[in-house]
Design a binder for this molecule. Structure first.
Ligand code: FE2
Length: 430
């Protein structure tokens, strides 16, 4: 067998150890123990975790790295963030959007984040961001998969030219239909926007990914309409509800009826833990609500649940670093997902589940999948989360595209080792 790349002695996310992975022509050709073959490039994983790349199923690339432009968010609320973004929009240029987006993609690739679904604001009649990111999507394809969601930030019905702009954005090649029903003027308008957008998705054949119920109001129930419209139009498996924050505050009886409807609709769910924990509960005194949707319950019902990053250094969130382990770590804490199985799920929420939300083809570690990997300086997925592990190698289509040295602190303590790597301590827990 002629191979270009062999990864030796890998631990896989499903727990298999001592696995070799042989690759040729950008694809995985063989996965198994002690592979009897050679290749031009052989990398010894040394028993460390080899994962398919990280996937961010919910991001805003058009606003990333714009923190402070033109001012900072003083209240920390979603609504002030939207107001700041509206102030910045008229000043945007394609060059500025591209420069920030490319800088972000560099950061993402370096951290093994090789697929991003980005919402792109279409409530700017120039559609600069759609044009800029559509061209970037093409150019960056050898290294990173970018999906564009047409996102009517100022409301599909509330913004007068949103429908017209959506049609133009569709012609420019957007991948997914977005929405923001909780930002429409009334609950009725919110529901009407969900219906209209799902009908457009049914007519165009595009999937749907809606910002839905990103509010602490327990009566914000647009996810119910989203699920019902999905069933009515036969869109099962093609629709994602992002945020679903109001579910955190809903009455338990209502949720007991809602979740089965979501299952019937085969909705995909994306929680954005870093953003939900900081934007929500801002009108509470104490106790302050956490805001993240009911991840454990949705997962237990059999729905595909993923974690997204949403924002990095923009009007809504001043931090972030293209690090999906940071996102998964936050989701774990906010959702109190500390059981062994639940922690493994948190890793899946930024890898396999996120890939399923994006509908990525050829994703995974089976034969014939793309030869895309991250070698992490960690013994297993839980350790990767604990350590926010170093990405020693990032590999795309069988080629190394980024490397980071293992962390090593020089230690000057008498009688103790001269250097310490946090990853060197691996607990003996199955
Ligand atoms: Fe978002």
């Amino acid at each position: 067998m002629s191979l270009d790349l062999i990864l030796r002695n890998a631990t896989l996310p499903d727990g298999r150890r001592g696995v070799d992975i042989g690759c040729a022509a950008g694809k995985i050709r063989v996965v198994g123990p002690a592979l009897d073959a050679t290749a031009a490039t052989e990398i010894d994983a040394g028993g460390r975790l080899v994962s398919p790349p990280f996937v961010d199923p919910h991001f805003h690339l058009d606003s990333a790295l714009s923190l402070g432009m033109p001012r900072l968010n003083q209240s920390g609320t979603l609504l002030e963030g939207i107001a700041i973004w509206s102030e910045l929009k008229p000043q945007l240029t394609q060059e500025a959007i591209l420069a920030r987006a490319e800088a972000y993609c560099d950061l993402a690739i370096a951290q093994g984040l090789l697929a991003v679904r980005t919402h792109v604001d279409i409530c700017d009649d120039r559609l600069l961001a759609v044009e800029a990111l559509a061209s970037l999507r093409q150019r960056i394809k050898p290294w990173l998969d970018l999906q564009l969601v047409a996102f009517p930030q100022d409301g599909f019905l509330r913004y007068p030219r949103a429908a017209e702009n959506l049609a133009r954005a569709t012609r420019l090649g957007i991948d997914v239909i977005g929405g923001i029903p909780h930002f429409e003027r009334t609950m009725a308008d919110g529901a009407a926007s969900v219906r209209a957008l799902c009908e457009i998705a049914a007519a165009t054949g595009l999937p749907v990914d809606m910002h839905c119920d990103e509010t602490d109001d327990p009566l914000s129930r647009h996810v119910e309409t989203l699920a019902a419209e999905t069933v009515r139009l036969g869109l099962q498996g093609r629709v994602t509800g992002s945020h679903l924050v109001s579910m955190h505050s809903m009455d338990n009886y209502y949720v007991s009826k809602l979740i089965p409807l979501m299952v019937e609709a085969e909705l995909r769910v994306v929680a954005n833990p870093n953003i939900n924990i900081t934007l929500q509960g801002r009108f509470d005194t104490y106790p302050k609500r956490r805001g993240m949707t009911r991840v454990a319950e949705l997962r237990a019902a059999g729905l595909t649940v993923a974690f997204g990053q949403d924002c990095v250094m923009d009007p809504w969130y001043p931090l972030g670093n293209a690090d999906m382990l940071d996102v998964a770590n936050m989701g774990l804490h906010v959702g109190q997902l500390t059981g062994r199985d639940a922690m493994k799920f948190c890793f899946e929420a930024v890898t396999t589940n996120a890939a399923k939300v994006m509908g990525l083809e050829g994703y995974g570690l089976a034969e014939d999948c793309n030869a895309d990997f991250v070698i992490l300086d960690a013994a297993d997925p839980i350790e990767a989360l604990r350590l926010r592990a170093t990405r020693l190698f990032v590999i795309r289509r069988g080629k190394v595209i980024a490397r980071t040295p293992a962390r090593a602190a020089e230690l000057r303590v008498e009688g103790r080792p001269a250097s310490v790597n946090p990853a060197s301590y691996a607990p003996n827990v199955a």
